[in-house]
Design a protein around this ligand. Structure first.
Ligand code: PMP
Ligand code: GLU
Length: 399
């Protein structure tokens, strides 16, 4: 007899991994599928970072590290936050975890009680919603649209706050929309948050470096909300280190201590070799890794121009991250190849099965009208994927 906890029953699988697994299974059967599912850079880890990991093995960094991470790494994170974001943090405010995903979960575990509300501007990253539900919290969605670059306003935020609101959780740059909040926009949100001292802002900045305008702003830059903000970042996207599983949070001290407490009972801390390598990554001049951002910027142009040509797609020009999130509502309610398309997930399945391109439908991102394309893959793959989708959709238009 299956004896699931209520916790596991009320949450869903990660849709990003569900779709990428489907692609993997099709490929294993010899089917030629192009995956634009997972958001992970296709680059190799830079050589100096790899060398630091080899060195760490040879230097026998094989024992437990302090639970929140090696002091040298927390110092490197603090220096990075000063260098890139003009933020002041002490090492005891930083907790290094198994990916930014765990950093977010640590913070949520530290503050959410049953029934507490967490505001999620939609579209949001798939795991936010499920993490909140897992912890017994209540996600409260704020709707946006492609016309407003999928961003919320201070008025919307204010209208959503209730006495039960415990947190605001968003990513800027945003996965999946590719938008980012400007300084003025964040300032207006900060003004609302500062009036509600019980609210913690979880500011997920993992796509900071893929801000093509170079204008990343952190919520923690506003002194009035510094004590209410948890900054989340990590190595996955900036250094193509997704599999190395290193992320971090920078919080007010009470919250950092709570994260350490949780982590000390849950994982004992992050992998030591990856931590040592992360010190080198963070201490290297970001210019050394700029080639990845340049490649993403080029791919963005390529995909934008090809996506615009696809019938029935409404596309905006994302200014950051490495995703497109076109509105495909033109196809909703239609029956295509014998399948009724009720929402964007049905449409993503259609593209996978009929055009052999893997994407992720927007339902689990909180927007059933859009699908997400990750363009963190080669220009060749991107061109071919767009060709397949266009050809398929043009063909069905003629029926
Ligand atoms: N936040 C956002 C917005 C993401 O897209 C991801 C996916 N990588 C994460 C957090 C988690 O990243 P990781 O756990 O690999 O550091
Ligand atoms: N964050 C990436 C994505 O959105 C990787 C998968 C995941 O962690 O959900 O595709």
């Amino acid at each position: 007899m299956k004896q699931y906890s209520n916790r596991v029953s009320r949450m869903g699988f990660s849709q990003t991994f569900v779709m990428s697994n489907k692609v993997r299974e099709m490929k294993a059967k010899g089917i030629d599928v192009i995956s634009l599912t997972l958001g992970e850079p296709d680059f190799d880890v830079p050589d100096n970072i790899k060398q630091a990991a080899f060195d760490a093995i040879n230097q026998n960094y094989s024992h437990y590290s302090p639970v929140p991470g090696f002091l040298e790494l927390r110092e490197a994170v603090a220096k990075k936050l000063k260098r890139d974001n003009n933020l002041d943090y002490r090492p005891n405010q930083i907790c290094v975890s198994n990916g930014a995903k765990q950093s977010i979960l640590n913070v949520l575990c530290s503050i959410i009680n049953d029934g507490d509300e967490v505001i999620l501007p939609a579209p949001y990253w798939v795991s936010y919603d499920e993490m909140v539900k897992m912890l017994g919290g209540v996600p409260v969605y704020v709707e946006t649209s492609i016309e407003t670059e999928f961003k919320i306003t201070a008025e919307q935020l204010e209208a959503t706050i209730t006495p039960k609101t415990k947190a605001l959780l968003y990513s800027s740059p945003c996965n999946p929309s590719g938008s980012y909040y400007t300084r003025e926009e964040l300032k207006s949100l900060a003004t609302v948050i500062a009036k509600n001292p019980i609210i913690t802002v979880i500011s997920d900045e993992i796509y900071e470096f893929t801000n093509y305008d170079g204008k990343h702003v952190s919520m923690a830059e506003f002194p009035e909300v510094y004590e209410q903000t948890a900054v989340i970042n990590g190595m996955s996207k900036a250094f193509a280190m997704t599999g190395w599983r290193i992320g971090y949070s920078a919080c007010p001290t009470w919250l950092a201590t709570a994260c350490e407490k949780i982590q000390g009972q849950m994982t004992s801390g992050a992998n030591t070799m990856a931590q040592r390598a992360s010190i080198v990554a963070l201490e290297t001049n970001p210019k050394e890794y700029h080639y990845m951002i340049e490649a993403f910027a080029k791919r963005r142009e390529l995909v934008y121009n090809l996506l615009k040509e696809i019938p029935g797609f409404k596309v905006n020009y994302p200014k950051s991250a490495f995703y497109f999130f076109p509105d495909i509502s033109f196809y909703l309610g239609k029956t295509i190849c014998g399948k009724t398309i009720n929402n964007a997930d049905d449409f993503a399945m259609l593209l996978l099965e009929e055009a052999f391109v893997g994407t992720v439908g927007g339902v689990s991102f909180g927007n059933p009208n859009c699908i997400r394309f990750s363009y963190a893959t080669s220009e060749e793959n991107l061109t071919e994927a767009m060709r397949r989708i266009k050809e398929f959709l043009e063909k069905i238009q003629t029926f």
